[in-house]
Design a protein around this ligand. Structure first.
Ligand code: XMP
Length: 527
């Protein structure tokens, strides 16, 4: 399979570049910008894209690349910082332009260009820079300019090197996709060989190669990510797989029963349901710090899986591998375990907590380069039921990170009941929108929705009696991939129904609030 490598210089839009390439049916993945040329060559890529980045090429700590990548004979395309570092490395000059450009700008074609071929001579692109190339390296021609940026794009067709100061990967660059398509198909001569069925085959054979005749246990949550990994592993290694569902008691109402039903009826795999509710309750009693909760839950997951592996070993079926449904945004937000360590830790996703002492597995994470919507497409191609593929995301640490402060049985009961109402009402709202628009993630439909229980009480009046009870916060967001999100603009009647039902049906709650904060600056979950 062909592969395009994106070298990440700390770009805001780094993942988006790989994503856009995959949207054009060519596989792409990201590596840190300073990956040595020899390691890149070993990956056997068809082309390289240099991302943008926030630094100035002349800053002391400016991210560098290995200049030998320009000797690999591969087509290279640079965006923004990527153009500047290409120019500087190959003998051009990067200087400060008098005025920076942020947002939309108009470029004008100044010479024929293979990259811009078929796009208008004047067009709108998205700029975000202060520095800019002022002299192109020998052999390059300037292909477009703006009023303030003399080198909006440049190329050396002879060496297959192309670059733009603007960001073609951003939708606001109106013809950005055409340029990317020119690069991939006309310049690099690639073919569209990345589609869900194709990738499923590739992932299945790579799991088979990695596992050989060994045994694998799979951490199953019932969500789409781990279910897709289960389907891939079931196809790849069949009965060498044991799916382990650790019930930590922090699941939504009726969820453990639903997960068990799906995995014992729809999959022909070994399924183990571990009842760890009491162990988790004891470990979490009095823990209030969000990262501490996440660490305890994640560490205990490993211990529970390891205990199952030991049981299997005693049974003459030793386990070497553990498979899990880690996806790309988990890695990014947990501090970029595999992306070069340039992103900061926002929250530690449960499956990226380190192994505790005495526990060790070799990991299989076939989805660790994918976004949620790509995983859903893969799930459909693997024949998973729609209801499972379109299930809203649910975090591994479960309701513990939706209960602010210490987790108690009383709070869990309140939250489960309130959350069940939120889901019932918003499932129905989404179903109505789907009927009207035919789109699952249409404008205004909710991508994820749940209840949160803050650690406060307030005064109310019910049936002429004073109450001093808990509020519930409704969180409902629109998103594509959880990297960014906006609060859903729910109709007032839907909000009113949810609020009315929660205060009427959930004892201990006398107030309902709606969280109207986008991500950023908030996150989707509260902890
Ligand atoms: P945040 O709160 O970071 O969440 O905006 C982004 C998405 O990730 C989900 N999430 C998790 N998923 N393990 C998971 O599997 C976790 O530890 C975890 N924490 C957050 C969250 O529900 C949202 O969809």
């Amino acid at each position: 399979m062909q592969k395009v490598i994106v070298l990440d210089f700390g770009a805001q839009y780094g993942q988006l570049i790989a994503r856009r390439v995959r949207d054009l049916n060519v596989y792409s993945e990201i590596l840190p910008c300073d990956t040595p040329a020899s390691e890149i060559a070993a990956e056997n890529p068809s082309a390289i894209i240099l991302s943008g980045g926030p630094a100035s090429v002349y800053a002391d700590d400016a991210p560098e690349l290995d200049p030998a990548i320009f000797e690999l004979g591969l087509p290279i395309l640079g965006f923004c910082y990527g153009q500047q570092i290409m120019a500087k490395t190959l003998g051009g000059i990067v200087g400060h332009t008098e005025i920076g450009e942020y947002g939309p700008a108009t470029i004008t074609r100044v010479s024929p260009s293979r990259l811009l071929e078929g796009t208008p001579d004047e067009q709108t692109v998205w700029m975000s820079h202060r520095d800019s190339v002022t002299k192109v390296p020998d052999g390059f021609v300037i292909t477009s300019s703006t009023d303030v940026c003399p080198v909006a794009s440049m190329e050396c067709a002879e060496r297959n090197l192309y670059a733009t100061q603007f960001h073609p990967e951003v939708r606001h660059s109106v013809h950005g996709e055409d340029m990317l398509s020119n690069f991939l198909f006309d310049i690099c001569g690639l073919i569209r060989d990345w589609d869900a069925e194709g990738i499923a085959d590739i992932l299945v054979s790579s799991i088979r190669n990695q596992v050989g005749s060994d045994r694998v246990i799979l951490g199953l949550s019932g969500g789409v990510d781990s279910s897709v990994v289960a389907a891939l592993c079931a196809r790849a290694i069949g009965k060498q797989l044991t799916c382990v569902f650790v019930n930590h008691g922090l699941l939504r109402k009726d969820e453990p029963e639903e997960v068990e039903a799906v995995f014992t009826k729809q999959f022909d795999v070994d399924f183990v349901h571990v009842h760890a509710e009491e162990r988790y309750a004891a470990l979490l009693a009095e823990v209030t710090d969000p990262e501490e909760k996440r660490r305890i839950i994640g560490t205990q997951f490993w211990k529970e899986f390891f205990a199952v592996a030991q049981d299997l070993a005693e049974d003459g079926r030793p386990v070497r591998f553990m498979a899990q449904g880690t996806i790309y945004p988990d890695i990014i937000e947990s501090g970029a375990r595999k992306t070069g360590g340039k992103a900061s830790t926002i929250k530690s996703h449960h499956n990226l907590i380190p192994f505790p002492e005495g526990v060790s597995f070799e990991l299989i994470e076939p989805l660790d380069h994918f976004f949620k919507d790509e995983v859903r497409t893969l799930g459909l191609a693997l024949g998973l039921p729609e209801a499972m593929v379109y299930r809203q995301p649910f975090p591994g640490p479960g309701l513990a990170i939706r209960i602010i402060g210490a987790v108690t049985l009383e709070k869990l009961t309140i939250l489960k009941n309130a959350d069940a109402i939120v889901r019932e009402e918003l499932d129905a709202y989404n179903a109505r929108l789907f009927e009207e628009t035919g789109e699952r993630n249409s404008e205004h439909s909710c991508w994820q929705y749940f209840a949160v229980l803050p650690d406060i009480k307030s005064v109310g009046v019910m049936g002429d009696e004073r109450t001093y009870a808990r509020p519930i916060v409704l969180r409902a967001v629109e998103s594509e991939d959880a990297m960014t999100a906006d609060w859903a603009k729910l109709p007032y009647d839907v909000l009113a129904r949810i609020s009315g039902r929660i205060v009427a049906e959930v004892p201990g709650v006398n107030r309902v609030m709606y969280d109207i904060t986008p991500k950023p600056p908030a996150t989707i979950e509260w902890e």
